[in-house]
Design a protein around this ligand. Structure first.
Ligand SMILES: *[C@@H]1O[C@H](CO)[C@@H](O)[C@H](O)[C@H]1NC(C)=O
Ligand SMILES: *[C@@H]1O[C@H](CO)[C@@H](O)[C@H](O)[C@H]1NC(C)=O
Length: 358
């Protein structure tokens, strides 16, 4: 073994008090916690269930194309397969989706209203609280346990990227912070993990500037990013948000080279250092067009992990993508290009949030 068993011990002692040494099998199970998989259509491929049984899967993201009459049975089967495996950590797999409200809802059910409508309500805090409760009850109905919401982007111009789809609560940082933290508190109190996104903010992206499709540069000063775009995160962190999702835009004032989710400066200095976030970080879709200059799926996942991201979102609806990322993490831990101590601290954060799931 090329990695040091001594370094692994604190993590595995926490997991299994009887473990006296870390084996490659332990490493296998550890890496699995860091990768969220996806699959095409209504029927998950048998290979995905095999990977779950091998401890290589940390969770699944559900899309509209996966939603049919058998979805809850399918999810029960994921959880049962994991629970019966020797790699079971004591907590369920993450089953996550994008149930933001309005146009962006993968599961049939609320919240019906868009973030923009909530931001314009007479009592917007009460409306955002109800929105978080509605999201939680829809997720629970379909046995999902983590929502990739709320969006904390502060839009700038009517009809710009965040406003066109009504995904932004407001053009006011204060209103976004109020609504976002009310949503988070309500949804998490109902037992569903929230992920505030897309850090440090996509609100200044122009019409059609979609990181899913192309590289996007957000050329704001540090002062404006701090004052407008990141302020809602201060409130979300105070509200106890479990997860933060990073964006794939480039913010030259903070890091001229790397998009947020690959940027040590943004993840470690801004989110963890300046804002003091102690929860779990997750990427946006690893297959995003914004990352075309950063190599294949495995290379992107590894770059994100090396920058300090905890969970890699393999949402291409192709099981191979998650597997490729998994294999890249394994190779990098074995050859030391991914720091084992840093990675183990990330694993512990993930397991701490997973313990809240039922
Ligand atoms: C749903 O499950 C039933 C019973 O197991 C099965 O007959 C049916 O083909 C499944 N439908 C889909 C769309 O997977
Ligand atoms: C937000 O939009 C409203 C209505 O268009 C406008 O009056 C207000 O000045 C804008 N606020 C900010 C902070 O840009």
């Amino acid at each position: 073994m090329k990695f040091s068993t001594r370094l692994l011990l604190p993590f595995f002692l926490a997991l299994a008090p009887s473990a006296s040494a870390a084996s490659p099998t332990d490493l296998q199970a550890q890496i699995g916690h860091h990768v969220i998989f996806s699959y095409p259509g209504l029927e998950p491929p048998a290979h995905l269930l095999d990977l779950i049984a091998e401890g290589k899967v940390g969770g699944i993201i559900i899309f509209g194309e996966n939603v049919g009459d058998n979805l809850t049975t399918t999810i029960d089967n994921f959880q049962k397969t994991y629970k019966q495996s020797p790699y079971y950590s004591g907590s369920p797999l993450f089953i996550m989706t994008d149930q933001e409200g309005g146009q962006v809802r993968r599961l049939p059910g609320g919240p019906e209203e868009s973030a923009k409508q909530i931001g314009q309500a007479a009592d917007r805090e009460a409306a955002a609280t109800q929105m978080g409760k509605d999201a939680a009850s829809t997720l629970e109905e379909f046995k999902n346990n983590a929502n990739l919401a709320p969006v904390l982007d502060v839009y700038r111009e009517a009809g710009d990227f965040a406003d066109a789809s009504q995904r932004s609560f407001s053009n006011s940082s204060r209103i976004v912070g109020t609504c976002g933290s009310a949503f988070i508190s309500a949804q998490q109190s109902a037992g569903v993990v929230a992920a505030a996104k897309h850090f440090p903010g996509l609100g200044a992206a122009g019409t059609g500037e979609n990181t899913d499709l192309q590289p996007v540069t957000i050329d704001l000063t540090i002062e404006e990013l701090h004052k407008v775009d990141m302020t809602p995160y201060t409130q979300a962190i105070t509200a106890g948000v479990d997860m933060v999702m990073t964006s794939w835009a480039i913010y030259p004032a903070l890091d001229p080279t790397y998009p947020s989710g690959l940027s040590k400066t943004i993840i470690q200095d801004e989110l963890r250092g300046r804002l003091g976030f102690k929860g779990v970080t997750i990427t946006d879709a690893v297959e995003a067009g914004a990352l075309e200059a950063f190599g294949d799926q495995a290379a992107r996942g590894l770059l994100a992990a090396q920058a300090g991201i905890d969970i890699l979102l393999a949402s291409k609806r192709d099981v191979t993508q998650g597997e490729d990322i998994y294999n890249a993490l394994l190779a990098a831990l074995e050859d030391g290009s991914l720091d084992q101590d840093v990675f183990s601290a990330a694993t512990q954060r993930i397991l701490d949030v997973r313990k809240k799931l039922v």
